[in-house]
Design a protein. Sequence first.
Length: 172
Amino acid sequence: MLSIGKKVVVQSYKHDKTLHRIWQEATVLHEDDEKIIVANKRTKVIEANGRFWFTKEPSVTYFFKHQWYNVIGIIKPTGISYYCNLSSPITYDQEALKYIDYDLDVKVSIDHLQTLLDQNEYKKHQAMMSYPKEITSILEQELQHLQRRIMQMNEPFQPEVIQRWYTIFQTL
């Protein structure tokens, strides 16, 4: 179990095990059998090619241990939007929180409209990295599950929940 307030690194990989992106620091807010919740603000993000940038808005991220996606609640002055990555379930190995990014993303606007992103990238990588049929089936099912969760506004797709976690982050 991760302790509340612990600072962790987050690493995403591609299916072929190449490093995709590193978030230098995230603060653990919660862990249970289903998920790990972290938050960050102005975090350095390093791309696989060495380029880096800093996150613009604070965020609260839900990393799921059994779902094949993660959800980032992005806190903007005008409200909360969400960025969802189709990915492997999260793992932690003392070095970092780790997951495989499977390209497909769902963006959810402040007014709760969903947009499916990066379908071409997904198809390209699916062919290039030979995603097994089992993985593509799981991703299709998990995408439907995620979209239902968004439409039903189930946690974490409730702005007050993201704001509550961010308030906890600010007190640590």
